[in-house]
Design a protein around this ligand. Structure first.
Ligand code: WT7
Length: 637
């Protein structure tokens, strides 16, 4: 690989040192990136594991994203979003147009009775109206709860009950691989099931969809034309901006709550550091707004910085695998940010799909969601980046708000497969079970030793879980649940989850949730799922299922597999796909009744048991060996 020249590395390392030794001063300087109505009285206040940032600072997120650019006329007519969808429809909106739309929708929401602190559920595909919805909610000082449009009605219901949302914003349908995906029927179900919903704003897309049987709670909107200014509601820095649900190992998805001030300071600075966006940038982050990447790097960071973004509503390889590359050429994308899964999918196709497009507008490439394999890194660098664009591998989480470990653009030498060094103000280490720092290249737990402004506020309605999940393993340090190593230069390589969270195509899926979904099939008695490595998706789900006695005769019938797969799809939505199902007589469990998922995985991967002590903390070696043999036999049958 070509050698690059890094003249500023030493200066940067000094800057980093300053940032961690004087972190409050450092963050105080960085916070000036926002147009505050009133500056903070205090930078940081900690109470146990709960941290408040920029206390007393007053602001409004929609003002930060829109008014600041419109008022001074500087960015007023600059394009905020270029949009295209699968049908080839295009739309672009300037900052001023976006501002008008947001004011219009915020006024309507206000008229319906939405107040500061109310939770509004947004169930929309990735389009301009969805972004307008998020910003309109933020303008009122209310809290959005975006639910990914690929999730099912049951997932919406869980989230609406937990977040106590009283209003919904949705649309009739979306498009995916040439198909029309109905969204409204899921909301019909919610209105029926959950009586606390006051109103639903329904964007009528007109085309390909006829609205009928309309519940009176619906308010149909087909445009946001016309001006209706409404003052942004002033909030204190630590008041919540949104709640976004994400999966863990146990229980239902957790509502991750992010603050307004600290979060915006963090996402805006990190986007600048990671990608060095310029005034002329056309930024394309391919994430959907249903995930944190969409919240932070499709909506809040680019708008705060006043850059132009591109968004696309549709599948990456439809109608053919050159779609994304054609879009990069058409919109002259300058910085492009996507996931290793998408890249691995494109790697299967002939290079002609890429080569026929001119990608010379690209300056920087990024990766997120899961570890990027060195081969994929090199493929991305050579074929998409023409061997000149740096690859910014960004490690972070829903809970961290923004990038934590990533090469500071143009400053840090790159190393394929390594997310590289922590960002300014972020202190990380790799430690053993007891919290002692490990030597270079020894595998251990990643920890973060100092709070940072992008850190979530809490888990909604569950402070105890917040303490227990993230802060109890190593007291006082944030534990993200990832394995990592640090090389001799301090470069961090991420090695995947240390817990039972499965990552499919970069999306987090909890084992417990999938197991619960399988149990919704009335023929199933017990289920255990594990993630197994997959060349394209990173991981896929395999399920071990025990049927109820009276259905045991269906054991060898292939239809039962499809039936269970369909149940999971119905319960969780089309994003969750089970790859393989094994019907077994019983599941290996510890004496205390815990399913030994790591043993299931070892059997699937054809691994010998090896060191059984690490296989399952609570099980005796004999127990594990016995279970292993039994399971092997039952699979061989
Ligand atoms: C988990 C967080 C961050 C937004 C998208 C996913 C894994 C994320 C990387 C990376 C290796 C990564 C980790 C992390 N992960 N980025 N660059 N290299 N692993 O957000 O759903 O909250 O998942 O994704 O395992 O803990 P999320």
């Amino acid at each position: 690989m070509k050698e690059f020249y890094y003249p500023y590395l030493n200066k940067y390392l000094q800057f980093y040192q300053f940032s961690i030794e004087n972190s409050e001063d450092f963050w105080s300087i960085q916070a000036n990136i926002l147009p505050w109505f009133k500056k903070w009285d205090k930078v940081l206040e900690s109470n146990g594991n709960f941290h408040k940032w920029f206390i007393g600072g007053l602001l409004n997120a929609s003002y930060v994203c829109l008014d600041q650019h419109v008022i001074n006329n500087f960015n007023k007519d600059k394009i905020a979003y270029y949009y295209e969808n699968e049908l080839g429809e295009t739309k672009s909106v300037s900052y001023y147009q976006l501002y008008l739309m947001v004011n219009n929708l915020a006024t309507r929401l206000k008229d319906l009775g939405v107040n500061k602190g109310d939770v509004i559920l947004i169930y929309m595909p990735l389009n301009i109206e969805a972004i307008v919805s998020m910003l309109a909610v933020a303008r009122l000082g209310a809290i959005h709860n975006v639910v990914f449009s690929g999730f099912s009605k049951n997932s919406i219901l869980d989230r609406i009950i937990d977040s106590k949302a009283k209003y919904i914003i949705t649309t009739t349908h979306t498009y995916r691989k040439g198909k029309i995906i109905d969204l409204k029927s899921n909301i019909d179900f919610i209105i029926n099931e959950y009586k606390d919903i006051k109103n639903v704003i329904l964007f009528d897309r007109k085309k390909d969809y006829k609205i009928d049987n309309l519940d009176p709670k619906y308010i149909v909107i087909d445009n946001l034309d016309g001006y209706n200014y409404i003052d942004p509601v002033i909030v204190e820095s630590n008041e919540p901006l949104f709640v976004l649900y994400t999966s863990g190992t146990t229980g239902k998805p957790k509502g991750i709550v992010h603050s307004t001030g600290g979060y915006l300071v963090y996402v805006a600075n990190t986007l600048k550091w990671g990608f060095n966006l310029g005034y002329d940038s056309i930024w394309w982050c391919t994430a959907d707004i249903g995930w944190i990447t969409g919240h932070s790097y499709v909506v809040y960071a680019p708008l705060t910085l006043g850059v132009s973004s591109f968004i696309y509503e549709g599948a990456p390889d439809y109608p053919d695998p050159s779609k994304w590359w054609a879009l990069i050429e058409k919109y002259k994308i300058t910085e492009f940010y996507t996931s290793p899964t998408a890249l691995r999918m494109f790697m299967r196709y002939p290079l002609e799909y890429i080569k026929k497009h001119n990608l010379s507008s690209l300056r920087v490439l990024g990766s997120v969601g899961e570890p990027i394999n060195p081969e994929v890194w090199v493929w991305y660098f050579e074929n998409i980046g023409n061997s000149v664009c740096p690859i910014i591998d960004t490690w972070w989480q829903t809970e961290t708000g923004g990038f934590m470990i990533a090469p500071f653009m143009g400053i840090i030498p790159l190393k394929p497969g390594f997310a590289s060094l922590p960002f300014p103000g972020v202190v990380v280490d790799v430690v053993d079970e007891n919290g002692s720092s490990l030597n270079a290249n020894e595998k251990g737990f990643l920890v973060i030793k100092k709070p940072w402004p992008g850190l979530m506020k809490t888990i909604l309605n569950d402070e105890e879980k917040y303490n227990q999940i993230y802060w109890s393993k190593f007291k006082g340090w944030y534990c993200p649940g990832d394995y990592a190593i640090k090389d001799e230069n301090g470069y961090i390589q991420l090695l995947g989850r240390a817990d039972e969270v499965i990552k499919i195509a970069g999306h987090r899926i909890g084992t417990f949730e999938v197991e619960s979904a399988i149990l919704e099939n009335h023929k199933v008695a017990e289920a255990a799922v594990v993630g197994v490595p997959d060349e394209i998706k990173g991981e896929v789900i395999n399920a071990f299922v025990v049927l109820k006695q009276e259905f045991n005769h269906l054991k060898d019938n292939v239809n039962i597999h499809n039936e269970i797969k369909q149940t999971v799809r119905d319960v969780m939505g089309p994003v969750v796909i089970i790859d393989k199902i094994f019907i077994v007589d019983k599941l290996p469990k510890t004496r205390s009744g815990k399913i030994m998922r790591r043993l299931l995985k070892a059997v699937l991967l054809g691994k010998e048991l090896g060191d059984t002590t690490t296989l399952e903390d609570e099980a005796s070696i004999e127990e594990v060996k016995h279970a292993y043999q039994e399971l092997k036999q039952s699979l061989n049958k």
